[in-house]
Design a protein around this ligand. Structure first.
Ligand code: NAD
Length: 354
C-alpha cells in the first residue's frame, strides 16, 4: 500500500505511529478529518497478520468515523486507534498508560473510546493519562438503549417513505439478534408501537428473555430472511445482505442496528433496483456514537436520546438525496456526509476577529 497516495486520495490529515519499548505498545492513531470538530473513534486491539493490515484498518475505520459523525450532525471529526496485539494476552497497565500518554500528546485533536478488543475498564486506565477519552465507567454507560432508540426512529422514517405513515402499528417486523440492541429495539416496537415482531437469535437465553417479556414470535436463525414481513431489522452480525440472502428477502424495508449490513456495495445497488428501501447502517445505528459524544458536553441521557431521535430526519435526508441524485441510499448517505463537511468547512472559514 502506498500510504501517502491513499491519504491523498481520501483526504486524510494525520497518521501517527506510537511505540513504547517498556510495555511493548504498538499503536496507530489516525485522524481522517477535523473540519467539523475533534476526531472521535474507538481503539481496536487486534492480532494483525501484517503491519500493513493494521495501517489499512486504522485508515479505513477513521474515515468511516468522519462519515458517521457528519451524517449524524455531530460537530466531530473522524479518527480511530489500533493497537497491534492479542487482547486476551497482551494487555497491561503499562501499555494502557503509555497509550493514554500518546492520546494526550495529540492535545485533543483525537478522543478515544472502546472498540473491538477493548473495554471500559481499559479506558479507565487510559484516563489516568489523558483527558481525551470517552466511555469510561460511570460516564455514558451502555450505548445500546440509545442505539436502539435511534434505530426505532430511523425505521419510522423508512416506514413513512415505504408505507405512507411513520407509525409501525401492526407492521410485521423481523428482528435478527436479540442482544443488546435487539432487545431494546424489540421493546420499542412491541410496547411503544404495537408492531408484530418475529425474532431470532442463535443464543436461546437471549431469545427466551424477549419471549418472556414481550409478545413476540420466534423463528430459527436461518428462517429470518425469507419471512413475509414489512421490515427486516438486522441487529446481529454484518454482511447479512449477500448473494445468498438477497433472493430470500421479502421485506420492503431493511433497517436495523448491525454494522456493515451489506456484504458488498453491489448489494446496495441490487436492493435499490428491487425497490427495497435500505437505511444505511452507519446512519441508522449512530445512537451509540451520539451517546458517547454527549460525554464531551457533560453526559445527559435525556439529551442523548433527544439527539438520537434526530436519526429520523437523518434517514429522511438520505432518502431525499437518493431520490435527488437517483442513487442507492448507501451512496446517498456518503453524499450527505460530504456535503455537510463541505458546507461547514466553508462557513467556518469566515474570519472572526478577537
Ligand atoms: P450483542 O452481541 O449484544 O447482540 C448480538 C446478538 O446477535 C447476540 O445475542 C447473538 O447471539 C446474536 N447472533 C449472532 N449471530 C446470529 C445469527 N447468525 N442469527 C441470529 N442471531 C445471531 O451485540 P449488540 O451490541 O446488540 O450489537 C448488535 C449489532 O449492532 C452489531 O453489528 C454491532 O456492531 C451493532 N452496533 C451496536 C451498537 C451498540 O450500541 N451496542 C452501536 C452501533 C452498532
Amino acid at each position: 500500500m502506498k500510504i501517502f497516495d491513499y491519504m491523498e486520495k481520501y483526504d486524510f490529515e494525520q497518521l501517527v505511529f506510537n511505540y513504547d519499548k517498556t510495555s511493548g505498545l504498538k499503536a496507530l492513531i489516525c485522524i481522517h478529518n477535523t473540519v467539523l470538530g475533534p476526531a472521535l473513534g474507538g481503539t481496536r486491539m487486534w492480532v494483525y497478520d501484517k503491519e500493513e493490515d493494521a495501517i489499512e484498518d486504522v485508515l479505513r475505520l477513521a474515515r468511516g468515523m468522519t462519515y458517521k459523525a457528519a451524517v449524524t450532525g455531530l460537530n466531530l471529526g473522524g479518527g480511530k486507534a489500533v493497537i497491534i496485539g492479542d487482547p486476551k494476552k497482551e494487555k497491561s497497565e503499562g501499555m494502557w498508560r503509555a497509550f493514554g500518554r500518546f492520546v494526550q500528546s495529540l492535545n485533543g485533536r483525537y478522543y478515544t473510546a472502546i472498540d473491538m478488543g477493548t473495554t471500559i475498564y481499559d479506558m479507565e486506565i487510559v484516563a489516568q493519562e489523558t483527558d481525551f477519552v470517552t466511555g469510561i465507567p460511570g460516564a455514558s454507560g451502555d450505548p445500546s438503549p440509545v442505539t436502539a432508540y435511534g434505530v426505532w426512529h430511523g425505521m419510522q422514517a423508512c416506514a413513512e417513505e415505504a408505507f405512507g405513515s411513520r407509525s409501525l402499528k401492526g407492521k410485521k417486523i423481523a428482528v435478527q439478534g436479540a442482544g443488546n440492541v435487539g432487545y431494546y429495539l424489540i421493546r420499542h416496537l412491541v410496547e411503544d408501537e404495537g408492531a408484530e415482531v418475529i425474532a431470532t437469535d442463535i443464543d436461546e437465553n437471549k431469545l427466551n428473555k424477549v419471549v418472556d417479556e414481550f409478545a413476540v414470535k420466534v423463528v430459527k436463525p436461518e428462517e429470518i430472511y425469507s419471512l413475509d414481513v414489512d421490515i427486516f431489522a438486522p441487529c446481529a452480525l454484518g454482511a447479512v445482505i449477500n448473494d445468498k440472502t438477497m433472493e430470500q428477502i421479502k421485506a420492503k424495508v431493511i433497517a436495523g442496528g448491525a454494522n456493515n449490513v451489506l456484504e458488498a456495495e453491489k448489494h446496495g445497488e441490487i436492493l435499490a433496483e428491487k425497490g427495497i428501501l435500505y437505511a444505511p447502517d452507519y446512519v441508522i445505528n449512530s445512537g451509540g456514537l451520539i451517546n458517547v459524544a454527549d460525554e464531551l458536553k457533560g453526559y445527559d441521557r435525556e439529551r442523548a436520546l433527544r439527539t438520537a431521535s434526530g436519526i429520523y430526519n437523518n434517514v429522511k435526508q438520505v432518502i431525499e438525496i437518493a431520490r435527488r441524485d437517483n442513487v442507492p441510499t448507501y451512496k446517498a448517505a456518503d453524499r450527505l456526509a460530504e456535503e455537510r463537511i463541505e458546507k461547514m468547512g466553508r462557513i467556518q472559514s469566515n474570519f472572526i476577529p478577537g
